[in-house]
Design a protein around this ligand. Structure first.
Ligand SMILES: C[C@H](c1ccccc1)n1cc(-c2ncnc(N)c2C#N)cn1
Length: 291
């Protein structure tokens, strides 16, 4: 992992795969959430970073927070951030984070599909037989998971386990909000030719115990974005944003053997640029704004 960026007036707290968390010196009620240009695929952080990815996804998340403000309050305090992270950082209210990865799925794929094929359930929810990769659920499903330590995979969590962790009332609230956020996301994205297959959101509790939407929301890093015009159940769907990266890494040209466990080679410039363009395209199609 690279050395985290030094930001005068802020203390580095934690680095995730693609984001970093800082504390403002002298203020313990806020945090600075910084999105890097790092891109992750096949469980590796790839090289090189994708120019502007952090800024595009930060601005997209801020737009989604506004679209969802009638549904749930959020943790955004200000976008007046240090110049060195301008456009790709957000000052947020420090919350008591709920220890559950709140995942909602509108389509069956990824880890949910693997669990379904193994035992007919997703996060303990029994599903009908005969579902295929990419099939759409009538309503988004709440399929929570644990918050695994860095580098490990989140484990599916049954709804009963969520209730045991946070209580029945909070569990119901988490399920309701998480599924409604994805449903709203798909209402809006669907009109713009993008399907959001699934998403992970995080909630925290404010000082008065109120539930607040935190982290990032409905970005290609927290969700699976699929081009709607290529949706075809029965096989892996193309990723809206990572397809060029995946295709190149799996091609003979890269020389990479995915099963080797070795880190992938650096991405060629054209793959980097075309991937950057997909992030900008997602932002502009969803928000109607120019990046
Ligand atoms: C998972 C995520 C993370 C972000 C960036 C880098 C690595 C992880 N994270 C968010 C908090 C957090 N804690 C207290 N209050 C908050 N408002 C937030 C938020 N958002 C802690 N971790």
């Amino acid at each position: 992992m690279t050395t985290p960026l030094e930001i005068p007036g802020f203390t580095h707290l934690y680095s995730g795969k693609v984001r970093d968390l800082y504390a403002p010196e002298g203020r313990d009620d806020q945090l600075l959430l910084v999105a890097s240009d790092r891109i992750s695929a096949f469980d590796f952080i790839l090289d090189p970073p994708i120019p502007d990815k952090g800024a595009v996804l930060t601005q997209l998340s801020l737009w989604w927070f506004d679209q969802l403000a009638d549904l749930v309050p959020n943790h955004v305090v200000s976008t007046d951030v240090p110049e060195v992270v301008a456009g790709r950082a957000v000052l947020v209210q420090r919350l008591d984070m709920v220890p559950v990865e709140c995942v909602a799925r509108a389509y069956l794929t990824g880890g949910g599909l693997r669990e379904y094929l193994a035992d007919g359930t997703v996060s303990g929810l029994a599903l009908p037989e005969g579902l295929r990769d990419g099939d759409r659920f009538e309503e988004p499903l709440f399929t929570p998971s644990t918050k695994a330590p860095m580098g490990e995979h989140d484990e599916p969590m049954s709804y009963e386990a969520v209730e045991a962790e946070v209580g029945t009332e909070m569990a119901a609230r988490l399920r309701d909000l998480t599924t409604r956020i994805l449903a709203r996301g798909n209402e809006i994205a669907g009109e713009r030719g993008i399907l959001i297959a699934d998403t992970k959101v995080e909630f925290g509790l404010d000082a008065s115990g109120g539930l607040v939407l935190a982290d990032e929301v409905l970005t290609p890093d927290s969700s699976r974005f699929w081009p709607a015009d290529q949706w075809e159940p029965g096989h892996t769907q193309p990723s809206f944003d990572k397809e060029f990266v995946r295709e190149w890494l799996l091609s003979a040209e890269s020389g990479w053997d995915k099963s080797s466990g070795e880190a992938p080679p650096a991405l060629p410039a054209d793959v980097v640029e075309r991937t950057r363009a997909k992030y900008v395209e997602a932002y502009e199609r969803l928000t109607g704004r120019t990046f």
